[in-house]
Design a protein around this ligand. Sequence first.
Ligand SMILES: *Cc1c(COP(=O)(O)O)cnc(C)c1O
Length: 359
Amino acid sequence: MSFAHRYTGLIDRYRDFLPIRDDTRIISLGEGNTPLIRLHNIPTSLNKTVDIYVKYEGLNPTGSFKDRGMTMAITKSLETGNQAVICASTGNTSASAAAYAARAKMIAFVLIPDGKIAQGKLAQAMMHGAIIMQIQGNFDDGMRLVKEVADHAPVEIVNSINPFRLQGQKTAAFEIIEALGRAPDYHCLPLGNAGNISAYWMGYSQFYQEGIVNKRPKMCAYQASGSAPFLRGHPIDNPETIATAIRIGNPQSWDKAWNAQRESQGWFDEFTDAEILATQKLLAEQEGIFCEPASAISVAGALRDIKSGKIPEGSLITCTLTGHGLKDPDTAIQQSTGPVLKVKAELSAVKTAILENIS
Ligand SMILES: *Cc1c(COP(=O)(O)O)cnc(C)c1O
């Protein structure tokens, strides 16, 4: 008898639901299987009876949900015999591509926007040995170039237009259903390039069609006001937001996202940067959960829609926290109001500081 059970990643876990052969060499870093944490203090202060859970995707190997898609994309690319992959990225895709390519001994080329990438993400791509091209343009420019160059050079695209990315990412919906024993009533998440909403809808729909659950959640997705093509109804030029992971004006999975919204009878909405940062702070201070700014918009959306009654009392809500707060330390430190006390290295000074701050 063996009691050993090492978790070996989401492809191994869900291979029956993924396009994987028995003899495929899997490139994994143990991604997936992330915690679904029930919020406690924030719902209590709302005075509404709701259950809110956050899927903490920041605990994936490179700190974002992109790893779910990347394990599939790199595994399939290696299987096909490719030597190199390429992506455009606001940061997390490049971090993930760089790590999984390193593992597969492949070359990763990453196109990142000039100056608008969080430090942690850049550090990751550099450490994993990706070849980084910082372009004088934004994510949408990078995406356009990647699609063009893939026709002219031996590189495979590992952005979410790569169909295997969404296959991997859909497993987050599987995990949520298994954790809850049911599908949530509402699923809230940030909306950028729109791959993730499409993947979740695919995952929820697959378990629904298999008869594992008898309902699917309404999909509620949120954009930053300065970067909200889905709210404007068309792609936009020059998207701007502090939430750099969703600073995208021309989302690639446009039709799939609209389809998820329509079929699920969910909705799209938008938030200002100030509202996004306030919710990031709220989660960190009230629940002990540190996510990056883009991730916090999912909880901002859930809270606003609960308060307005759009999400009724008695609902079970899941929110995806897409990336870890440590990805973007600069934004976190800039908006922190908590004091760093300057204290003499003496017992009496430390004691005084404690007494002054306990009420
Ligand atoms: C990629 C990313 C998003 C946006 O996801 P899409 O699939 O592009 O809509 C949101 N938050 C974080 C942290 C991301 O890395």
